[in-house]
Design a protein around this ligand. Structure first.
Ligand code: DOR
Ligand code: ZN
Ligand code: ZN
Length: 424
């Protein structure tokens, strides 16, 4: 079988537009060799893409794959299988909270060794900030650092003062990713309210976002990345900051507090779902600078029942945003930008993020007109539930190629454990 593939007759989606073109790929090097209006497939394997879109593999810059922390809910193998079935070809994994916390060089390197054996899609591993590990974090070599400003009941939390020290110590050009919710505000609200979404209200998120951006500005040209923004105000704050990027979780665009009636404890997440008005506001804020991130946070249903916060999402990120294209909420070029290109740019994934000559051939074939229903069964996460169970969406992911190799055929993940590479 030839090592060369030609994707014939499809439409390529890039941040600049949608155009009819053929794509020549070398499955050995994993690269896109040529894009042209007509490429002869003689001696190469032709893939008939008539009627299909060629999307760049999605890059999900925020997933918790729980390995080795708690592999009963997810692990590198199942999490990355779920990613591939959802058209995500690169993930950035968040630090573990414990067993052991990814806050030391030894835990970080151990985690990388496990990932190398088990990941089916490409990945980066993010380092975790603790109150005191500024020196170790600064020299860990990771492309980005995670700071939880909120209490996580683990070592993986920082006071504002500790965060400021990380801002000064971590290489300035590398992003520090922030979970911003203000502890003091939350503690105060707890005395008055019972409901999760009232305790961790939008003001708690806005206070912490503002403070983090201010502290980052004081640290000179510090790159900072604000995770899972839920309000329009936070997006505006980031836009005023010269070195900030930000992400939005599709769950906060597709679910609001009204959905808690059906979801119950399953809908608990930090930051919480907001009201419908805020959800609409967030949709309107989406622009060319937006980055979509799933904050894939799997917990078993039994753990959710006892109060665990977090929603699985790596397998539904692209399907939900394709549905948004179908519903004319975003355009295809914008989808390519906010689901692939921007995260690749922000997190040193220079071979990723777009279908272009010389880049990795991470290609998702999509039939935008086909309808299907989201179900835990076809999303593949080990946690075996999704807040979008039964939701009908347009845009069927027919095939997914990772570096020129078929990784998902529309039904099954073909990429083996260890097929994924760490992107350096
Ligand atoms: O709800 C959440 N769950 N929010 C987070 O920021 C972390 C996550 C988790 O790891 O479960
Ligand atoms: Zn978070
Ligand atoms: Zn998270």
């Amino acid at each position: 079988m030839s090592q060369f593939l030609v994707f014939k007759g499809g439409k390529i989606v890039t941040p600049q537009g949608v155009r009819r073109a053929d794509v020549l790929v070398d499955s050995k090097s994993g690269k896109v060799l040529r894009i042209s209006s007509h490429i002869l497939s003689k001696g190469a394997r032709a893939i008939n893409c008539a009627g299909l879109l060629l999307l760049p593999g999605a890059v999900d810059p925020h997933v918790h794959l729980r390995d080795p922390e708690d592999t009963s809910k997810e692990d590198f193998s199942t999490g990355t299988a779920s990613a591939l079935a959802g058209g995500v070809t690169t993930v950035i994994d968040m630090p573990c909270y414990r067993n052991p916390a990814t806050t030391s060089l030894s835990a970080y390197n151990r985690k990388r060794a496990i990932a190398k054996k088990k990941c089916r899609c490409d990945y980066q591993i993010r380092f975790g900030a603790s109150e005191k590990n500024q020196r170790e974090a600064a020299k860990c070599g990771a492309h980005s650092l995670k700071i939880f400003l909120t209490d996580t009941n683990s070592e993986l939390s920082c006071s504002y003062a500790a965060a400021a020290r990380h801002f000064a110590a971590f290489p300035k050009e590398k992003p520090i990713c922030i979970h911003a919710e203000d502890n003091a505000r939350i503690a105060e609200r707890k005395l008055r309210y019972f409901e999760h979404e009232k305790v961790r209200d939008k003001v708690a998120a806005q206070i912490a976002c503002q403070k983090a951006l201010k502290l980052a500005a004081r640290a000179g040209k510090r790159r900072i990345h604000m995770c899972h923004l839920t309000t329009g105000k936070e997006v505006d704050m980031c836009r005023k900051h010269p070195n900030a990027t930000y992400e939005i979780n599709p769950a906060h665009l597709h679910l609001c507090i009204d959905d808690l009636v059906d979801l119950g404890f399953l809908g608990k997440v930090n930051p919480p779902l907001r009201d419908r008005t805020e959800m609409t506001r967030l949709w309107r804020k989406i622009g060319d600078d937006t980055m979509m991130a799933s904050d894939h946070a799997p917990h078993l249903p039994g753990q959710k029942k006892f109060g665990a916060s977090g929603l699985p999402g790596v397998g539904t990120l692209l399907p939900l945003m394709l549905q948004a294209v179908h519903a004319r909420k975003i355009t295809l070029p914008r989808l390519a930008r906010i689901c692939s290109y921007n995260a690749a740019q922000a997190f040193s994934l220079s071979s990723k993020g777009e279908i272009a000559e010389g880049k990795d051939a991470d290609i998702v074939l999509v039939d935008l007109h086909k309808k299907w229903r989201i179900s835990a069964k076809n999303r593949l996460s080990k946690c075996k539930w999704t807040p979008f169970e039964g939701t009908e969406v347009h845009g069927k992911i027919e095939e997914v190629y990772l570096r020129g190799k078929l990784a998902y055929d529309g039904k099954k993940v073909l990429a083996k454990k260890g097929a994924g590479k760490e992107v350096k």
